[in-house]
Design a protein around this ligand. Structure first.
Ligand code: MTE
Length: 315
C-alpha cells in the first residue's frame, strides 16, 4: 500500500504458515468460540473437539468455483499494519494480539444498541463463502471464509433512518502491536461503507477460514470481508461498529486521499496513481496472470449500488 509496490514482492517473502502456527494458543482461543458455535446453529456443524476446527458449514451460493489458495499463501503473506508493514511481520508478531475476552460494541443511529460477546457472534448462522480477495497492490487470492452476512447483525440493532454509513473500528492494543508505535496510519484503523453496501448480502463478518478459527494475522477474532472492494476495506479484529449519518473518514483516506478513496471498488479502468489496476497476480504467482474484473467479478450483485455514479471521481 503506502510502502511496498507489487513489483517489490519476492516469492521468498511468502513465508510458510507452518512456521507461524501457534497451535496451543490457537486451540485455547478457539475452545470457547467453538462451544458457542455449536449451540445456536440452525445447520449442524461438525466442530472438532479440540476446538480449533470449524467444520461442516454449508457452502454459500455466493461462493466462487475458482480454486482456493493454499492456507499458507493467505496466512503467510499478510497486510496487518498494526503488526508491521512487511508482509511477513503480522504472521510473526500477531501472536501477541489478545483475542480473549472480546466484545464488539454496536452503536450510533440504531434503535437497539448492543454489545456482542464474540461467543454470541459465533452462534449466529454461519456458512462458508469462497471469495476472491483483490488487494490494491495488484495481487489476489481466493479464500474460503466462514462467517455470516453483516445484515443479520444490523437487523438485530435496527438502524434508524439516520444511518447512512457504517464505521468499523478495529482493535488498538499498543502493548501488543509493534506497528502502532509508528505513525504510518492514524490508529486505530477505521474503515467504512455506505449503508446499502454494508447491507448487501456479499458483505460478511468472518470468524474463520479454511475450517478453522481465524489466525490472528488474518483478523481474529472477527473481521469484515467486502469482496468487490480492494482488500483494505476489509477491516481486521473489529471492536466497534457505528451506524452514522456522515461518510466516515477512513484510515487510508486520511493517510493518502489521492491514492485511497472511500469507495475503493475494484476497477481495472481506474489506475492507482502509481500503478495500473488492469491485471493482478494470483498468489503465489510472481507475475500478473489474471485480468482484473470490474467489482472483482461481483458486478451482478453490486453494480446497481453505483448506478449514475462516476466511478472515476468516486474511486
Ligand atoms: N485491517 C487492519 N486492522 N489493519 C490492516 O493493516 N490491512 C488491510 C485489510 N484489513 C489491514 C486490515 C489490507 S491492505 C488487506 S489487503 C486485507 O486486510 C488483507 O487481508 P488478509 O491478509 O487476511 O488477506
Amino acid at each position: 500500500m503506502l510502502i511496498k509496490r507489487p513489483k517489490d514482492v519476492k516469492p521468498s517473502e511468502i513465508t510458510p504458515l507452518g512456521i507461524y502456527r501457534r497451535r496451543r494458543e490457537f486451540v485455547a482461543t478457539a475452545g470457547v468460540l467453538a462451544l458457542g458455535a455449536v449451540s445456536g446453529m440452525g445447520t449442524k456443524p461438525a466442530i472438532a473437539q479440540d476446538g480449533a476446527k470449524l467444520k461442516g458449514f454449508g457452502k454459500s451460493k455466493f461462493s466462487t468455483t475458482e480454486k482456493a489458495n493454499a492456507i499458507k499463501d493467505v496466512s503467510g503473506y499478510v497486510n496487518y499494519y498494526e503488526f508491521g508493514t512487511d508482509k511477513t511481520d503480522p504472521p510473526q508478531y500477531a501472536k501477541k494480539l489478545k483475542t480473549q475476552p472480546w466484545t464488539v460494541v454496536v452503536e450510533g443511529a440504531v434503535k437497539k444498541p448492543r454489545t456482542f460477546g464474540i461467543e454470541e457472534l459465533m452462534k449466529m448462522q454461519m456458512e462458508e463463502r469462497i471469495y476472491r480477495l483483490r488487494c490494491v497492490e495488484a495481487w489476489s487470492m481466493v479464500i474460503p471464509w466462514i462467517g455470516f452476512e453483516f445484515n443479520k447483525l444490523a437487523n438485530l440493532v435496527e438502524p434508524t433512518g439516520n444511518a447512512k454509513f457504517v464505521e468499523f473500528h478495529t482493535a488498538l492494543q499498543p502493548d501488543n502491536m509493534p506497528g502502532v508505535r509508528l505513525p504510518v496510519l492514524d490508529w486505530p484503523y477505521i474503515e467504512g461503507l455506505r449503508i446499502d453496501e454494508a447491507m448487501n448480502p456479499l458483505t460478511i463478518l468472518s470468524m474463520g477460514m479454511y475450517d478453522e478459527v481465524l489466525p490472528n494475522q488474518n483478523g481474529a477474532p472477527v473481521r469484515l470481508v467486502v469482496p468487490w472492494k480492494y482488500g483494505f476495506k476489509s477491516g481486521k479484529s473489529i471492536v466497534k461498529i457505528r451506524f452514522v449519518e456522515k461518510q466516515p473518514r477512513t484510515a487510508w483516506e486520511k493517510a493518502n486521499p489521492q491514492e485511497y478513496g472511500f469507495y475503493s471498488n475494484v476497477n481495472p479502468d481506474v489506475d492507482h496513481p502509481r500503478w495500473s489496476q488492469k491485471t493482478e497476480k494470483r498468489l503465489p504467482a510472481f507475475f500478473a496472470n489474471h485480468k482484473t474484473q470490474l467489482f472483482n467479478g461481483y458486478s451482478e450483485q453490486v453494480a446497481s449500488l453505483y448506478t449514475g455514479m462516476d466511478l472515476r471521481k468516486n474511486y
